[in-house]
Ligand binder design. Structure first.
Ligand code: NCD
Ligand code: ZN
Length: 446
């Protein structure tokens, strides 16, 4: 049985309240022992098969990302073609997405169902699970569509998808506009104890918009997406969560109004949680001045005061966890210009460094807090058995050099896509090793 010793790192396991320098012993793919340096003694069989020197490093539970898009159509493929789409033409596949995940320290990722065709059946969910296992990198957990065909007209078969392994339900990419359908979906989700992940955007208020409503609409002469489109939809989602008794997780919170709404809903006992993305924490709509489509994202980059409100909400826990919303698009699609290009930015391989810049360096979160928002908190939201280094747990581990400086260069990413809005940033904080089930699935050899 292969054994591995992670030696002398700062072990941060928020789930266990642990923050100490010590060793982690991994045997048979699980955490076998954790303790202060030198107290553990040799493995029963003698020396560990491999020792990784973790001095000066942080040893954390593998990160969990509740929001990624891997694009691969969830249908069995014939040769290189997947459901009529050429695998090679996709901006990402399950395999390349999973490689990007472990490169960023993520050992568990939840894949959104806005694929073509949408992931709205048990077969589609089973396909994602199978392909994720075949890739053998991060654990890829599928999110099923809320509505049939993601068309917003009738609830999808949530029970069948849950039985097949869907970990949550979402029509992410768009809201479920029809309030009656939305509530019906939430009631069904509640009945099976599932979480609804909501992309909150009032389609009518947002219709035709390209950039955040405000100075950029004037500067660029483009139609705006008002923050009210998000706030109104978050209000509706919070109310519906209470009415239906359904746990609702608000995706990619981007506005001060949404933050205030979630904060109030929580004080009133609504079963809601929320996430923030790296780009909504680290960029404002000013990034769009050069009209570069790499900064086009949904919801749009917002004002500095919105960003400050989202950061404060992460600090005070109104926003429970961090999620990348890794949204790969081809260079050809992004080359269509700001108006025609699809919204979305990639995030997996730059996430840690951007969180360090936006949250740790300004003192918003310390390292244990940051790691909690990337591990135990997202695990709790979906009830996943992951996110801890407790003895007996699967050895999903991320080893971090918190001080290593580097320059974000998408050319070096494992992701097939290059639509990274942080290219050229000089950052600190780098993933050195990623372990899934005790296997080293990523190692920084640079
Ligand atoms: C996402 C995508 O490309 O699938 N795009 C985005 O701008 N965030 C959809 C989404 O997360 O809403
Ligand atoms: Zn979304």
């Amino acid at each position: 049985m292969a054994s591995l010793l992670l030696k002398g790192g700062r072990i941060i396991d928020p789930a266990a309240g642990r923050d100490e320098v010590g060793d982690v012993v991994i045997e048979g793919g699980r955490i076998a022992r954790v303790g202060p340096a030198g107290t553990l003694g040799p493995a029963p069989g003698g020396q560990a098969d491999r020792t990784i020197d973790c001095r000066g490093r942080i040893v954390a539970p593998g990160f969990i990302d509740l929001h990624v898009h891997f694009r691969e159509p969830p249908v069995a493929r014939a040769a290189s073609r997947v459901g009529g789409a050429d695998l090679a033409a996709l901006p990402e596949t399950i395999e390349t997405g999973a490689a990007a995940a472990v490169g960023g320290g993520f050992t568990t990722v939840c894949a959104m169902p806005n694929t073509d065709p949408p992931m709205d059946s048990a077969e589609a969910v089973a396909y994602y699970i199978r392909r994720g296992r075949e890739a053998g990198l991060a654990r890829v957990l599928p999110v099923g569509a809320m509505t049939r065909g993601r068309a917003g007209r009738e609830a999808a078969d949530l029970s069948a998808m849950k039985a097949a392994g869907a970990v949550a339900f979402s029509d992410d990419g768009s809201d479920v506009a029809d309030a009656k359908v939305f509530e019906a979906v939430l009631r069904r989700a509640a009945a099976i104890g599932a979480v609804a992940i909501c992309h909150c955007e009032d389609a009518r208020l947002a219709a035709g918009g390209i950039v955040n409503d405000g100075p950029m609409t004037l500067a660029l002469g483009l139609p705006g997406i008002p923050s009210e489109a998000e706030t109104a939809a978050v209000e509706r989602a919070c109310r519906a969560s209470t009415v239906a008794g359904c746990r609702v997780h608000i995706a990619h919170v981007s506005t001060a109004g949404a933050v205030a709404t979630v904060r109030l809903a929580k004080t009133e006992g609504a079963p809601v949680t929320a996430e923030a993305t790296p780009h909504h924490l680290a960029l404002t709509h000013e990034a769009l001045r050069g009209r570069e489509s790499v900064f086009k994202v949904s919801p749009p980059l917002r004002s500095a005061s919105d960003v400050a409100a989202v950061v404060e909400a992460v600090r005070d826990g109104t926003i429970d966890c961090l999620a990348t919303d890794h949204a790969p698009h081809t260079a050809a699609a992004k080359a269509k210009g700001l108006v025609a290009a699809p919204p979305g930015v990639i995030g997996l391989e730059s996430a840690l460094a951007v969180y360090v810049r936006a949250l740790v360096e300004p003192g918003v979160l310390d390292w244990p807090d940051l790691i909690a928002r990337l591990t135990v908190h997202p695990a709790h939201i979906l009830g996943l058995t992951a996110g801890t280094l407790a003895v007996g747990a699967a050895a999903d581990v991320t080893v971090i050099d918190p001080d290593e400086p580097w320059v974000i260069d998408p050319a070096h990413f494992a992701s097939r896509a290059r639509n990274c809005p942080f290219a050229g940033w000089k950052v600190k904080g780098r993933v050195k090793q990623t372990l899934v089930g005790g296997r080293v699935v990523y190692e920084d050899l640079a």
